[in-house]
Design a protein around this ligand. Structure first.
Ligand SMILES: Nc1ncnc2c1ncn2[C@@H]1O[C@H](COP(=O)(O)OP(=O)(O)O)[C@@H](O)[C@H]1O
Ligand SMILES: [Mg+2]
Length: 247
């Protein structure tokens, strides 16, 4: 479904991605983990066309999407749920969801089926459709941000750290919804997370990024034993014990 080959990107003269290769199969839920600053957000922004690749390519369902503007990428069926659960705070929950449907590919659907699905996945939003999104709790806002992403009926959903700052119980609810979207709709998902523990529970495969490169890839079970993954769990501040230099 998604094939990324030798991807380079950055900000002006700052190069952040140094040749990322990554593949996501149809209906697969792949997690991308790594310490703060590893380039995870940059990778997602490059996939969804918000940032221009300076080398390599991204293909979605066989078609090259790198080089396309973000609206064009969205129109091919890729939905991006950005970091910091961006919702329109003064608009109602319902209007936020409607805005998510504007790029939908199936013109016949007026969006109500999508909304029903969102409310089924996140029942807490059901009683709050008329409420201003800015007055929701952090967890509810994240559910709304995810819900808005699936309103477009995408083939592929990419999410940037949906668990940040949320209570473990809410994180579980969101991860469960992602697993259901994969299992029940065969939705292909890329989940960027610093919360590796949460991501490992639902991911089929995991990529570990470090300083703009993929350094490890495998199943959650295989990666759990790896010291580099334990490093990622602990964040950027962790450093390995000093090696004996023979003094
Ligand atoms: N808008 C930006 N302008 C300049 N540098 C940026 C910008 N966004 C991120 N960076 C830099 O790119 C690197 C990777 O950041 P990012 O992709 O946000 O990492 P992660 O999401 O893994 O924490 C960091 O060194 C960060 O400072
Ligand atoms: Mg980030």
């Amino acid at each position: 479904m998604l094939t990324i080959t030798g991807l380079h990107a950055g900000y002006g003269r700052l190069r952040v991605l140094h040749g990322v290769d990554l593949e996501v199969g149809d209906g697969e839920l792949v997690a991308v983990i790594g310490a703060n600053g590893a380039g995870k957000t940059t990778l997602l922004r490059t996939i969804s066309g918000l940032l221009r690749a300076t080398g390599g390519e991204v293909r979605l369902d066989g078609a090259r999407i790198s080089g396309l503007a973000a609206e064009k990428v969205a129109a091919t069926g890729l939905a991006h749920v950005p970091e910091n659960r961006l919702v329109f705070p003064t608009l109602s929950v319902d209007d936020n969801l409607r805005l998510g449907a504007w790029t939908r590919r199936r013109a016949k659907d007026n969006g109500s089926a999508g909304r029903d699905r969102v409310l089924e996945l996140f029942p807490r939003l059901a009683g709050r459709l008329g409420q201003a999104a800015g007055t929701l709790s952090g967890g509810e806002q994240q559910m709304l941000a995810v819900g808005r992403g699936i309103m477009a009926r995408p083939k592929m959903l990419v999410l940037d750290e949906p668990s940040v700052g949320l209570a473990p119980r809410v994180v579980t609810e969101i991860m469960r919804a992602l697993a259901r979207l994969r299992d029940e709709e065969n939705l292909t998902i890329v989940l960027v997370e610093q919360n590796a523990r949460a991501a490992f529970k639902v991911a089929d495969r995991v990529y570990l990024m470090d300083r703009g490169r993929v350094v490890l890839e495998g199943t959650p079970a295989a990666l759990l034993d790896d010291v580099r993954v334990q490093h990622a769990y602990l964040g950027g501040g962790y450093s390995a014990p000093p090696t004996d230099s023979g003094s």
